[in-house]
Write a protein that binds this ligand. Structure first.
Ligand code: THU
Length: 125
Protein backbone atom coordinates (compact mmCIF):
# COMPACT_ATOMS: atom_id res chain seq x y z
CA UNK A 1 0.00 0.00 0.00
CA UNK A 2 1.50 3.32 -1.05
CA UNK A 3 1.59 6.36 1.21
CA UNK A 4 -0.81 8.08 -1.15
CA UNK A 5 -3.31 5.20 -0.95
CA UNK A 6 -3.03 5.17 2.84
CA UNK A 7 -3.68 8.91 2.85
CA UNK A 8 -6.78 8.39 0.70
CA UNK A 9 -8.09 6.08 3.41
CA UNK A 10 -7.42 8.79 6.02
CA UNK A 11 -9.25 11.25 3.79
CA UNK A 12 -12.34 9.04 3.69
CA UNK A 13 -12.18 8.49 7.44
CA UNK A 14 -12.79 12.12 8.37
CA UNK A 15 -16.27 11.92 6.83
CA UNK A 16 -17.31 10.22 10.08
CA UNK A 17 -15.57 12.77 12.31
CA UNK A 18 -17.70 14.09 15.17
CA UNK A 19 -16.25 17.54 15.80
CA UNK A 20 -19.06 19.99 16.66
CA UNK A 21 -16.85 21.95 19.10
CA UNK A 22 -13.67 22.58 17.12
CA UNK A 23 -15.09 22.00 13.64
CA UNK A 24 -11.69 20.48 12.88
CA UNK A 25 -12.28 17.11 11.28
CA UNK A 26 -9.44 14.60 11.21
CA UNK A 27 -9.07 11.15 9.67
CA UNK A 28 -6.36 8.55 10.20
CA UNK A 29 -5.47 5.31 8.45
CA UNK A 30 -3.21 2.79 10.14
CA UNK A 31 -1.28 0.11 8.24
CA UNK A 32 -0.51 -3.07 10.18
CA UNK A 33 2.37 -5.45 9.51
CA UNK A 34 0.05 -8.00 7.85
CA UNK A 35 -1.43 -5.37 5.52
CA UNK A 36 -4.64 -4.79 7.46
CA UNK A 37 -5.81 -1.17 7.56
CA UNK A 38 -7.76 0.42 10.37
CA UNK A 39 -9.23 3.87 9.99
CA UNK A 40 -10.33 6.34 12.63
CA UNK A 41 -11.74 9.83 13.08
CA UNK A 42 -11.73 12.33 15.92
CA UNK A 43 -14.67 12.01 18.30
CA UNK A 44 -15.32 15.08 20.46
CA UNK A 45 -17.31 15.45 23.63
CA UNK A 46 -19.05 18.28 25.49
CA UNK A 47 -16.57 17.49 28.25
CA UNK A 48 -13.64 18.43 26.00
CA UNK A 49 -11.09 16.21 27.74
CA UNK A 50 -13.11 13.14 26.74
CA UNK A 51 -12.29 13.80 23.09
CA UNK A 52 -10.47 11.06 21.19
CA UNK A 53 -8.15 11.94 18.33
CA UNK A 54 -8.41 10.23 14.94
CA UNK A 55 -5.06 8.49 15.41
CA UNK A 56 -5.99 6.93 18.74
CA UNK A 57 -9.38 5.86 17.40
CA UNK A 58 -7.61 3.94 14.61
CA UNK A 59 -4.96 2.47 16.92
CA UNK A 60 -7.44 1.42 19.60
CA UNK A 61 -9.67 -0.18 16.98
CA UNK A 62 -6.65 -2.18 15.79
CA UNK A 63 -5.52 -3.30 19.24
CA UNK A 64 -9.06 -4.26 20.21
CA UNK A 65 -9.20 -6.45 17.10
CA UNK A 66 -5.96 -8.22 17.99
CA UNK A 67 -3.48 -6.18 15.89
CA UNK A 68 -0.42 -4.76 17.63
CA UNK A 69 2.27 -4.52 14.96
CA UNK A 70 1.86 -1.18 13.23
CA UNK A 71 3.97 0.01 10.30
CA UNK A 72 2.69 3.48 9.52
CA UNK A 73 -0.17 5.85 10.10
CA UNK A 74 -1.49 8.53 7.75
CA UNK A 75 -3.32 11.56 9.12
CA UNK A 76 -5.34 14.12 7.21
CA UNK A 77 -7.30 17.16 8.38
CA UNK A 78 -10.35 18.35 6.43
CA UNK A 79 -8.87 21.80 5.80
CA UNK A 80 -5.59 20.57 4.32
CA UNK A 81 -3.52 21.76 7.27
CA UNK A 82 -0.65 19.53 8.37
CA UNK A 83 -2.10 17.49 11.23
CA UNK A 84 0.91 16.70 13.39
CA UNK A 85 -0.24 14.15 15.98
CA UNK A 86 -0.63 15.40 19.55
CA UNK A 87 1.67 14.23 22.35
CA UNK A 88 -0.77 11.64 23.67
CA UNK A 89 -1.16 10.03 20.23
CA UNK A 90 2.63 10.03 19.75
CA UNK A 91 3.00 8.21 23.06
CA UNK A 92 0.44 5.58 21.98
CA UNK A 93 2.31 5.17 18.68
CA UNK A 94 5.49 4.67 20.69
CA UNK A 95 3.88 1.65 22.32
CA UNK A 96 2.95 -0.17 19.11
CA UNK A 97 5.11 1.29 16.34
CA UNK A 98 8.35 2.67 17.84
CA UNK A 99 10.10 2.13 14.48
CA UNK A 100 7.08 3.33 12.55
CA UNK A 101 6.36 6.20 10.19
CA UNK A 102 3.86 9.06 10.36
CA UNK A 103 2.52 10.11 6.96
CA UNK A 104 1.19 13.67 6.74
CA UNK A 105 0.11 16.15 4.12
CA UNK A 106 1.85 19.46 3.59
CA UNK A 107 0.54 21.80 0.91
CA UNK A 108 -1.02 18.82 -0.90
CA UNK A 109 2.26 16.87 -0.82
CA UNK A 110 2.90 13.72 1.20
CA UNK A 111 5.55 14.12 3.88
CA UNK A 112 6.85 11.29 6.09
CA UNK A 113 8.45 11.40 9.51
CA UNK A 114 9.87 8.58 11.58
CA UNK A 115 8.06 8.43 14.89
CA UNK A 116 11.45 8.87 16.56
CA UNK A 117 11.78 12.30 14.90
CA UNK A 118 8.45 13.46 16.32
CA UNK A 119 8.93 11.79 19.71
CA UNK A 120 12.65 11.33 20.32
CA UNK A 121 12.30 10.50 24.02
CA UNK A 122 9.05 8.57 24.41
CA UNK A 123 8.26 7.14 27.80
CA UNK A 124 8.82 3.42 28.31
CA UNK A 125 8.71 1.14 31.34
N1 THU B 1 -7.07 16.06 16.61
C1 THU B 1 -6.88 14.83 16.04
O1 THU B 1 -7.84 14.06 15.87
N2 THU B 1 -5.64 14.50 15.64
C2 THU B 1 -4.58 15.35 15.62
O2 THU B 1 -3.55 15.01 15.09
C3 THU B 1 -4.68 16.66 16.27
C4 THU B 1 -6.00 16.98 16.88
C5 THU B 1 -8.44 16.47 16.94
C6 THU B 1 -8.80 16.52 18.39
C7 THU B 1 -9.95 17.52 18.37
O3 THU B 1 -11.14 16.84 18.03
C8 THU B 1 -9.62 18.45 17.23
O4 THU B 1 -8.67 17.78 16.44
C9 THU B 1 -9.10 19.79 17.65
O5 THU B 1 -8.05 19.66 18.55
Amino acid sequence: MSDKELMMNAHKAYDNSYAPYSNYRVGAALLCEDGTIFTGCNIENASYGATNCAERTAMFKAVSEGHRDFVKIAVEAHDGSTAFPCGICLQVMNEFMPQGTVVLEKQSEIVCYKLSELLPHGFTL
